[in-house]
Design a protein around this ligand. Structure first.
Ligand code: WTA
Length: 631
């Protein structure tokens, strides 16, 4: 539900222009011209981009569109790791740095493309040793370290489908994802580091695989000294697995439409959805946007602060940047440890040129104060990016002025787990409009419509849709194709994003937030249903309903309304127990910030909880705008 719809802001039309050299030197010099070229012949547009990459066999047709099912680069054969590794190693990028990694305590590890290539092949051969092959699912539950990337690439090398689970999820959430994907192998580490503390990943895996019949082996990266014991039989050490294997692992020849990975995202009803991305189209879409949106140059040092457990990490830490041959910085680091200057110190020391983060982080930086970034030399930066939730105008202004020194373009990129690639933004040479992400990326036709698919008037609230198929789009939802069709059937003839948006008279699009029961907390996607079912699984709870409550820092907080079972009474201890229970079941990101005890919940006649009513009451709003949109 949109929390604020500020007509004044929409009508104000304030712009910032980047210095002219950005446009002159940009990969996409003329956005309008490029966009028109795409519109004139979409297949030719994508064909040209796909040809920049390596294919074992060419495609017979760019797009086979059988609404709502798309096949891209039909019968084309490829391996994404060939494009991310071999292609560079056999050219001028052999000794180029692929990864610069930093740990919380300042330790640094550097991987050239050649080293990453070798490690990937060895680990891929290790996985083969465990009997993993094309089409098998592998769950990766690891900290943000180079081995996590190696594990993902190794899966892709041999055609296994990875399912990366964010390290912040707890055992129950992990168990669900392992079972739904029927993972054969789980790859983990003994611990992750966070703010000077350790998180026992392996212990959580042990719990998560108790009822996971498909899991045959667990690969454990042991970081702690002395090394933790591993259970022979089921567990095997990460580096032992690579011992004595063949150094070369030829890339598996994949069809363009073979699955590359599954990644879970919140469902508005029921269980998390396993979004399926394929090899060919996903590679082309992420490669293109990495180059076009970030205007990637050979000597850039690019940092996306996301976690690889989310789609942003998949597309814009790993596959997009590697396909484009970038030098990627990443770390097991947080913005406020050891102090609030942590990120800016890294920008200075590493010489970051492109910095991509989330609005929630920007708002946190604002709160911590300008003195922190001002302590460091940020002059290496040339492009700033934002993703994950609306970049509100105040945060835009701060980011632009304090970090960008009023001369660096900000690309506010709208996209989703389902879209696989960035879809809406403002290109680096174009004028920026605070509060507005921008226009469709060439290849994408977004619109703002009513529930019948008819465009709404400029400056009025509507649903965000995409009118055409694009290469990196999800192909289905694992074991739930009906849910997939719903994306294309909710609003006729287009992909329904589930977001509310406004299009200005200038064509720029402002995204206001979710139109459904997904809550974006600090840029993390959380389904009300998953939190509610965690609450109800507690012995004292009869019923629960969860809403998002706007918060100036985190975007939204989770508020729960709980009906206790007969004989149970509300207390501070109860609130603490329930919060802790959610933490243990799903993870810290899903913990309610507030629990209110109630006797009944507003429901429809068919018994569906009306979260909108709860939310409207909570915020003292009337349902106005939105209820007329949806009836
Ligand atoms: C929100 C993250 C406004 C939106 C890549 C979307 C945004 C959901 C933006 C997807 C943005 C993402 N401006 N809102 N620039 N980017 N969103 O699947 O609500 O984790 O539907 O993918 O995040 O979140 P997901």
């Amino acid at each position: 539900m949109a929390d604020k719809f500020d007509v004044k802001l929409v009508e104000e039309a304030k712009y910032y222009s980047p210095p002219p050299e950005y446009r002159e030197k940009a990969y996409v010099r003329d956005y309008e011209k490029t966009y028109q070229a795409f519109l004139k012949d979409p297949e030719k547009f994508w064909d040209g981009i796909a040809r920049e990459l390596h294919w074992f066999a060419p495609w017979k047709k760019v797009l086979d569109w059988n609404y709502p099912y798309a096949k891209w680069f039909v019968d084309g054969k490829l391996n994404i790791t060939y494009n991310c590794l071999d292609r560079h190693v056999y050219n001028h990028r052999k000794n180029k740095v692929a990864f610069i990694w930093r740990g919380e305590n300042g330790e640094e590890r550097i991987y050239t493309y050649h080293k990453l290539y070798q490690e990937t092949m060895r680990f891929a051969n290790g996985l083969k040793r465990l009997g993993v092959g094309k089409g098998d699912r592998v769950c990766i539950y690891m900290p943000m370290i180079p081995e996590q990337m190696v594990a993902m690439l190794a899966c892709a090398r041999i055609g296994a489908v990875h399912s990366v689970v964010f390290g912040g999820f707890g055992a129950t959430a992990l168990n669900y994802r392992i079972n739904d994907a029927e993972a054969k192998v789980v790859i983990t580490a003994d611990i992750a580091f966070r703010r000077g503390k350790t998180i026992p990943l392996k212990t959580l895996v042990e719990e998560a695989i108790i009822n996971a019949p498909t899991v045959e082996r667990v690969v454990v990266l042991r970081r702690k000294e002395p090394k933790v014991e591993i259970h022979s039989g089921i567990e095997i050490d990460f580096y032992d697995l690579m011992e004595g294997v063949e150094p070369i692992c030829p890339p598996e020849v994949m069809d363009a439409e073979d699955p590359l990975y599954v990644l879970y995202t919140s469902g508005s009803t029921g269980a998390p959805k396993g979004v399926i991305h394929t090899c060919g189209g996903y590679m082309v879409g992420t490669y293109y946007t990495q180059k076009a949106v970030f205007d990637l140059k050979e000597d850039d040092i690019y940092w996306c602060t996301a976690d690889v457990g989310w789609v942003t990490g998949h597309s814009y830490i790993l596959y997009g940047p590697l396909a484009a041959g970038a030098t990627i910085f990443f770390g097991e680091v947080v913005p406020d440890f050891p102090d609030a200057g942590a990120f800016w110190k890294l920008v200075q020391e590493v010489g970051i040129t492109i910095f991509y983060t989330a609005p929630t982080a920007i708002r946190m930086f604002m709160k911590m104060g300008e003195q922190w970034p001002n302590k460091y030399n940020l002059s290496s930066l040339r492009i700033l990016g934002s993703v994950g939730e609306p970049l509100n105008p105040e945060a835009f202004e701060w980011y632009y002025r304090v970090i960008g020194k009023s001369k660096i373009p900000i690309v506010d990129t709208w996209w989703q787990t389902e879209t696989g690639m960035q879809m809406i933004t403002t290109f680096v040479g174009e004028k920026m409009r605070p509060g507005f992400a921008g226009k469709g990326i060439p290849g994408v036709i977004p619109d703002v419509v009513d529930k019948h698919g008819k465009p709404v008037k400029p400056n009025t609230l509507g649903f965000l849709v995409i009118r055409n198929p694009w290469p990196a789009m999800l192909r289905t939802v694992l074991k739930n194709d009906e849910r997939y069709r719903k994306y294309w059937e909710t609003i006729p003839d287009c992909y329904s994003a589930g977001d509310l948006a406004v299009k200005g008279k200038d064509g720029y699009i402002m995204i206001l937030g979710r139109a459904d029961d997904i809550i974006i907390v600090s840029g993390h996607n959380i389904g009300t249903a998953e939190v509610e079912s965690a609450l109800v699984s507690h012995q004292s709870v009869a019923e629960a309903a969860v809403i998002g409550k706007p918060d100036p820092m985190k975007g939204n907080l989770i508020k729960a309304f709980v009906i206790l079972k007969l004989g149970q009474t509300p207390s501070e201890k109860m609130t603490h127990d329930l919060t802790y229970h959610v933490r243990m079941t799903i993870g810290p990101i899903a913990m309610p910030s507030e629990i209110e005890y109630v006797d009944k919940l507003p429901k429809t006649r068919s018994g569906k909880i009306m979260r909108r009513v709860l939310k409207a009451k909570e915020l003292g709003m009337d349902l106005g705008d939105i209820s007329t949109l949806e009836e």
